[in-house]
Design a protein around this ligand. Sequence first.
Ligand code: HEM
Length: 249
Amino acid sequence: MADKAITGEVVKTYAVWDRNIRWFHWINVICVLLLAILGTLILNTEILGVSGGGKILLKELHTYTGYVFFLNLLWRFTWAFVGGRYARWRAILPGGRGYGKALADYIKGLRRGEPPAYLGHNPLGRLMVGMLLLLLLVQGLTGLVLAGTDLYKPPFGSFIATWVTGGEAENLAGLRPGSKAFVDPLAYEEMRRYRKPVVTVHLYCFYTLMVLIVLHITGVVTAEVRERSNLVSALFSGRKTLTKPPLDG
Ligand code: HEM
């Protein structure tokens, strides 16, 4: 913690976000951006005139990015059990003792134009982070199922491949994504019926995520301007600067 005087105001900086959290955040930003772009391309292959092979390639690129995204997310979930104070579930999810009052006080403070300071996420931030993490988890899990149903890729690919081919070695060896050769038509149709709600959840979760990401960025920028905190640069340096004592310090 270091004291500095800027225009006569006492400003303190605190180490908040550890290296794991910073790496998680920026890897997640890059992966979600890539996944959203590739997902939008997959959705619009017909309009864009992309061939069948091109669509499979887009799905493969999307899936490999998805693996990086999902492992990064799993690492963050693990860190929420073993990391430092501001990395823990208690500091990032809404709920727990006193949360309702803290949220009400924070909103009252926002209305007055002087919200209380927090080192970790403020109560509204916890609500947003909780929703984002939940949606990212659902998106990751449904994506892994689709990687199996569409491309026969891990972790469910070999189970799906056995399902649609009947498990014969010759059929398994000939099976290709996007082709109905070597599949049992009835088993394939059955698999597609089970897949349908999964792709629907993946799609609507994507739309919801895009809306939440816009709100998340708007919230961060507004807080940065109003509270004169350094939320964005803290995710590079790990250090937060506050002009008043934090409630969670
Ligand atoms: C934040 C993360 C993700 C976003 C924003 C996202 C977005 C999308 C979108 C918009 C589509 C097109 C949906 C459609 O065609 O109806 C899609 C399809 C797909 N996604 Fe994701 N996705 C994410 C994560 C993942 C992950 C982690 C995987 C797997 C490792 C994955 C695998 C797939 C596959 C295989 C498809 C093709 C499904 C189809 O035929 O449409 N996705 N994704």
